[in-house]
Design a protein around this ligand. Sequence first.
Ligand code: DSN
Length: 418
Amino acid sequence: MNTLKNTDPEIFAAISDELKRQQSHIELIASENYCSTAVMQAQGSVMTNKYAEGYPGRRWYAGCGKVDIAEKLAIERAMDIFGAEHANVQPHSGSQANMAVLFSSLTPGNKILSMDLSHGGHLTHGFKKNFSGQLYEKITYGVSEETGYIDYDELRAIAKKTNPDLVIAGASAYPRELDFAKFKEIADEVGALFLADIAHIAGLIVAGVHQDPVPYADFVTTSTHKTLRGPRGGLILCKAKYASKIDQFIFPGIQGGPLMHVIAAKAVAFKEAKTEEFRKTQIQTLKNTKKLANELKDKDYKIVSGGTDNHLFLIDLSNKNISGTEAQETLEKAGIILNRNMIPFDKRTANDPSGIRMGTPSVTTRGMKEPEMCQIANWIDSALNGRGDDNKLRTIKNEVAKLCSTYPIYNDNSALVS
Ligand code: DSN
């Protein structure tokens, strides 16, 4: 990156320092991951220079032969790894993917039945300040206060009472397996369309370690950078009968020129997701998440729903006399990065909630296994107990950095910027 270093030393320094931060911290944000060097090389390529409004073979610009190759590969590979009838790889993000599905399948004022945000749902599923909540009427389902699991009988009763036009399955903070077959059954009973937003769990689904929504859902949306480990972006999968409508709602509906460098990087990630190495990493992610949750449970942390079936879990800190925000800030001082999170039936506010969310995709990608999860649980407990003791937090941070140095995030030097 010498050219960047000479041209713009400030941005070079920010990137360089961000690499050092990523390398030396334990990353437990459930929606993050480290994409491969190959993905970054495709994303950092000349494909960023090309305008290609339209779709492969039918563009509005000349000179699209090579970007067509990249987009066709991305489409074919997405359809292949998910077994889908159609894929649109152009959404700039998971939010754009959801926007295209909502615009293509609903009219303003229609009803969406989706998970309560404070129970783990997502902003684009009808939150009042999001376009989805401004254009459509949101009806919510949540988890049982007793078990922390989605109560499908209650979901069915709400659907029957409210007759939604679209049922959405998918969440940002739900630690249990989603029963997509059940969602489909309920959507069919009330004549609603069914959207599965698999942003968090896409990698697990490709690896066959989470129930697959593709056979059931009219539409499946995902971001490409979480468990799927691709570049930051979005993807829509749908039944063939919706293909042309979805394509039109992405372009020209809500987007202009596709980000061809990102699409090329998505193609690379989809190829990687077909490998045995990827499958093993997803399996290890599940093992690591369970281990970390169990270790913390043994230290008297309350795990929402009692455990986890996927790559994340939530801790209810109400018995620890610390808020989610204070825990997040304390752990950052100890080199452990995660986010504060509302827990179901939270008595506190979204800005300073009772919970924290943890996930293991990033630490698993860098090669950590169960013994490291025990160590991380010890550090978390020790840091939270030692909050306010900056010396103690600094000592933990040094130990964290030492462990991280034995699990480099890019061990072929290709991401190193100095
Ligand atoms: N913001 C993402 C998350 O952290 O879960 C969801 O899009």
